[in-house]
Design a protein around this ligand. Structure first.
Ligand code: SF4
Ligand code: SF4
Length: 191
């Protein structure tokens, strides 16, 4: 980039660059408008109308290391793997995990969570809970980002059932299943 004192009189006017910028913006605008109009009647569908991703219809695949919403993993019999040791809640810097431990009916298992909740309005998605868990009972490999709509605080509290259901949906429907489900419920809420 040139210093101001090295610029010519013509360059210091800035007008040519302003006009050039406006021409670029205007040409993109008319091109996108024309393509959107053609797409609406089913023409030129192989040409992209804009450089931006048309979310939620279009999505970029999240990387494998993406830290998404939480899930509670399950044992082979479908019960929750968590043993209510509270290590995740202790490690959580946002203090957003709330656990209520109960005696497990099976004498081989000491405890299980009667209640396990994550307040996603407080969660900072740092992953410390996953790191702290000694039995791989909580994961963030759901490839779904936090829910961003709701009408009261309770809509953002994820219960044990919600966290367990994520594991089932993922096992049954594969990597994209939770995102597809979330987009459907978002579109329903938008209607
Ligand atoms: S991701 Fe971080 S902030 Fe969120 S529940 Fe886990 S430890 Fe807490
Ligand atoms: S999720 Fe893991 S760390 Fe948290 S209470 Fe359960 S077993 Fe302990």
């Amino acid at each position: 980039m040139k210093r101001k004192e090295d610029m010519t009189w013509w360059e210091r006017l800035y007008l040519p660059e302003i006009v050039r910028g406006l021409l670029v913006t205007t040409s993109h605008f008319w091109r996108n408008l024309a393509l959107h109009a053609l797409h609406a009647v089913g023409l030129a569908t192989d040409k992209r109308a804009a450089a931006t991703i048309q979310y939620p219809e279009e999505r970029r695949r999240y990387p494998d290391v993406y830290r998404g919403s939480h899930r509670l993993t399950l044992k082979e019999d479908g019960s929750v793997r968590c043993t209510s040791c509270f290590l995740c809640a202790t490690a959580c810097p946002a203090n957003c995990i709330h656990i209520e431990a109960g005696e497990h009916p099976d004498p081989q298992v000491e405890k299980f969570p009667v209640r396990y909740e994550i307040d996603t309005l407080r969660c900072i998605y740092c992953g410390m809970c996953v790191e702290a868990c000694p039995c791989d009972a909580i994961r963030m490999d759901t490839y779904v980002h936090p829910r961003i709509w709701g009408y009261d605080r309770q809509d953002f509290i994820e219960s044990k059932e919600v966290l367990m259901q994520r594991s089932r949906t993922l096992a049954e429907g594969g990597r994209d299943s939770l995102m597809v489900q979330m987009l459907e419920s978002y579109q329903d809420a938008d209607r």
